[in-house]
Design a protein. Sequence first.
Length: 439
Amino acid sequence: MGIDKREYQQRREQLMTKIGNGTAIFRSAPMAVMHNDVEYVYRQDSDFYYLTGFNEPEAVAVFAPHHEEHRYILFVQPKDPKKETWTGYRCGVDAAKEIYGADEAYPIAELDEKLPQYLLNADRIYYCLGRDKNFNNVIISHWQRLMARYQKQGTVPLAIEDTRPVTFPMRLHKSPAEIAMMRKATEISAKAHNRAFEFARPGVYEYQVQAEIEHTFRLEGGIGPAYPSIVASSANACILHYIENDRAMQDNELLLIDAGCSYGYYNGDITRTFPVGGKFTAEQKTLYELVLEAQLKAIAEVQPGKPYNEFHDMAVCVLVQGLIDLGLLKGDLEEIIQEEKYKPFYMHRTGHWLGLDVHDVGVYMHNQESWQILQPGHILTVEPGIYISPYIQPAEGQPEIPDRWKGIGIRIEDDLLVTETGHDILTAAVPKSVGDMEK
Ligand code: GLY
Ligand code: MN
Ligand code: MN
């Protein structure tokens, strides 16, 4: 399984159609240093990977559809057996053409010398400023050198245009091969959650549950966690990005697990919350049922043709009405929503695009007013929650929260593919009904 060479080629063709007479430049992600001489596992830049499938640092991809000989050019690290002994295999310049389909390839050290020929006849340069400051300067100085020829020549690239409006819509719409990768990433993520559910019990440390989850990710062929796994017992669940995972969980507490597997760089993202000792307390059960109702009703709003905000608005509406019914919020539903008085309980949005990035690319809104319309091939999360921190500060004019509710944090998160007729819940293999959460 994977993305085949033809699909990468189709992506590049699509990109080149979109950029017309421009030249697009993409840089690989830098190697990140963990500490003195020790590096993190390499993670390629998602745009770069999407267009090339090439997984090495120190590389630049250039697309010059107007060039007579070379439309797709790769600059890569040359083969160097000595260095490869230390830092790993390099594909090298020849294979960049043979395996990765470049029309021409050069050693990365030749970038300054070889790049100008691909910029000279372009009407603009497509490049994402801001990701890599040093490389920004390289591109800007090339551009400025060309601009110096403007008077004599008249035809030089007159602007740097951001690549995001070009690549975001492409990546937002998942191809059948990408959907297959997402199915695999979510399938492994689901297996890991089911294993964690079986393993968790009073006395076990959060990190031990994390180990069960991440063991499954690797065992099943995943790269590892798509993001730092959140294994949060009791009030830790009220910290949205809790990743210390160092507490021993107790009976009568909930455990919130937010973890997903990265498979071939495609990511799962699942959250489940369940009672550590197998039985909900009355308050836990009440809030769990409310979050589940919000999630199920939000999921029903994920349909092709619907604006992106509707599933979020539905989740907020259900949560706020439920909190009013419980006496935890008071006042008029519309007003509480309008004035965001529910935010001490629910401070994040109900989902995000999911794909090569966990918070994947793609605009949520056009022109500041019209929401993106859901379309077949979109993949997104639906993840409402309620968090009643021990330190919760109710909004102005809202009631104080009785202690029995405090320290409960619940989120339920699934990954959905929008289909022609509705949606497909990619993470349906992880149970979430109240009955299934109890042991
Ligand atoms: N785990 C990150 C998120 O749910 O957005
Ligand atoms: Mn998420
Ligand atoms: Mn998540």
